[in-house]
Write a protein that binds this ligand. Structure first.
Ligand SMILES: Cc1cc2nc3c(=O)[nH]c(=O)nc-3n(C[C@H](O)[C@H](O)[C@H](O)COP(=O)(O)OP(=O)(O)OC[C@H]3O[C@@H](n4cnc5c(N)ncnc54)[C@H](O)[C@@H]3O)c2cc1C
Length: 457
């Protein structure tokens, strides 16, 4: 194809996701224009004009591809020719099993490699409102701090409820780490809104003494501070952190998220003093979220305090809670499985705005968006990676697996992967599960990569 005459793909936002998306498009032999509003227009968190600026920590988290889902995502990205991982590896700093990077060197490398790529044009300037109609293929990767005019236009296009300006994340627990000898399945008054069997929730009972001890621990727990510019976050409107609710009085939680009415502990045949409810969080049924437990407690504190709850003593958390300023779409409702906006398919989304959480996850979704846009431009089938890969599991979660009614940002974790099935129906032992999931992912990724290659591969 004559690239001179070809209309470019436009990528809006030169952060982690947009830089990766632009790279993938160009590597497929397609022209791409990368629009970045800095330095003319800044965000509350960015301090440089560099592409792929890391706004806080300099860590891409665990690099263990066998036992950690984000480490596996790193490895998959390397195998798919990721710019972000290549630059990260090049500017790696000593950090034990984690991949930490020299942030200045990393950002400079991403910028230099994109600038040196003949098919990439970097344009500095804000995209104000929706991208122009004549751009027929756009990847919007404007991140958690999307500029207000574009955010407002997206809100008008998708509906007020579909674009959030802050997150309110309750912890998510791996179902197989919940002790069902103690906890039990039941909906309040055995009712089911979804036509189910009236046993939609997992319930954890607390007696009076334990409730009081739990409350004391919650109130004493150390919280993460809000940043100055986050203080006006409108979370007070409907999503109070659990520890703020608890501070309003000893009975507030018993009349709020921990109310026991309509629930009977099958072991005692009685209504408990208080109950913590968990609701299914993904279609696979492997993850459950703690209903109403959005929190600003520090991560270590959350694990310690929430493991006091009967049934959760050995809980493994797929994601801990948080509250942040964060612009993100209700992707399960709005995006198709190729990351296109159903209401306007020329717009694809990538990065944190799709409801993934973290530098690596944002870049990984950028990688997929870039490959999808390139395949579309080349007239090739746009094939999604299998759900058994880390990329496919994350994509599947945000575009369908997650419950749209309670959708909140998600990190990659093994709970998003379809469980292993052994030929004899046996599940591998706990210790062997993660390496087996990782091996399956890398094998399936290779099959997908060969079936849906970029031109450069
Ligand atoms: C304060 C803060 C701290 C965080 N800390 C961490 C952390 O420590 N570890 C971690 O893993 N994740 C962290 N995150 C979460 C997230 O992973 C990062 O924000 C990540 O950078 C998201 O990647 P992205 O590409 O989606 O967005 P970004 O990297 O933010 O990139 C978006 C880009 O779009 C540009 N842009 C926005 N609107 C427009 C427009 N209209 N026109 C043109 N350009 C535009 C912005 O200037 C920016 O460069 C943090 C988020 C925030 C807000």
């Amino acid at each position: 194809m004559n690239t001179e005459k070809q209309a470019p793909v436009h990528v809006v936002g030169g952060g982690l996701a947009g830089s990766e998306a632009a790279w993938q498009v160009a590597r497929a032999g397609i022209r791409v224009v990368l629009h970045e509003m800095r330095p003319g227009h800044g965000t509350e968190a960015h301090v440089t004009d560099g592409l792929a600026e890391l706004v806080c920590s300099n860590s891409f988290r665990s690099d263990d591809a066998e036992n950690n889902a984000v480490g596996l995502l790193h490895e998959e990205m390397r195998r798919l020719g990721s710019l972000i991982l290549a630059a990260g590896d090049r500017h790696r700093l000593p950090a034990g099993g984690a991949l930490a990077v020299d942030r200045a060197g990393f950002s400079a490398e991403v910028g230099a490699r994109l600038a040196a790529e003949p098919l990439v044009e970097i344009r500095r300037g804000e995209i104000v409102g929706l991208p122009p109609r004549e751009w027929d293929s756009v990847i919007v990767a404007t991140g958690p701090l999307t500029a207000p005019a574009l955010a407002q236009a997206l809100r008008e296009l998708t509906g007020v409820e579909s674009l959030a300006f802050f997150d309110a994340i309750a912890p998510i627990v791996h179902r197989d780490s919940i002790d069902l000898e103690v906890a039990w399945f039941q909906s309040r008054y055995d009712k089911s809104a979804t036509g189910g069997d009236g046993a939609d929730y997992i319930n954890c009972p607390l007696d009076r003494a334990l409730y009081e001890a739990f409350l004391a621990a919650l109130l004493a727990g150390e919280t993460a501070p809000f940043r100055d510019w986050e203080r006006s976050t409108p979370y007070f409107e409907g999503c109070l952190p659990i520890e703020v609710m608890a501070s309003r009085g000893p009975e507030t939680l018993r009349y709020g998220p921990m109310k026991p009415v309509g629930l009977t502990d099958p072991r005692s045949g009685r209504r408990p003093h208080a109950v913590v409810q968990l609701r299914q969080d993904n279609a696979l049924g492997t993850l459950y979220n703690m209903v109403g437990f959005q929190t600003k407690l520090k991560y270590g504190e959350q694990a310690r305090v929430f493991r006091m709850i009967p049934g959760l003593e050995n809980a493994e958390f797929a994601r801990l809670g948080g509250l942040h300023r964060n612009t993100f779409l209700n992707s399960p409702q709005l995006l198709d499985d190729r990351l296109r906006l159903r209401a306007d398919p020329r717009l694809r989304f990538a990065g944190q705005i799709t409801g993934v959480e973290g530098y690596v996850e944002s870049a990984a979704i950028g990688l997929l968006a870039g490959r999808f846009a390139a395949a579309e431009r080349l007239g090739r089938p746009v094939v999604a990676p299998p759900p058994t890969t880390a990329h496919g599991a994350l994509l599947g979660h945000i575009t369908g697996g997650a419950d749209a009614r309670s959708f909140q940002p998600m990190n990659v974790n093994f709970g998003l992967f379809p469980p292993l099935s052994e030929p004899d129906g046996r599940r591998p032992k706990r210790k062997e599960r993660k390496p087996a999931l990782a091996a399956r992912a890398l094998a399936d990724l290779e099959i997908w990569r060969r079936a849906a290659p970029l031109a450069a591969e």
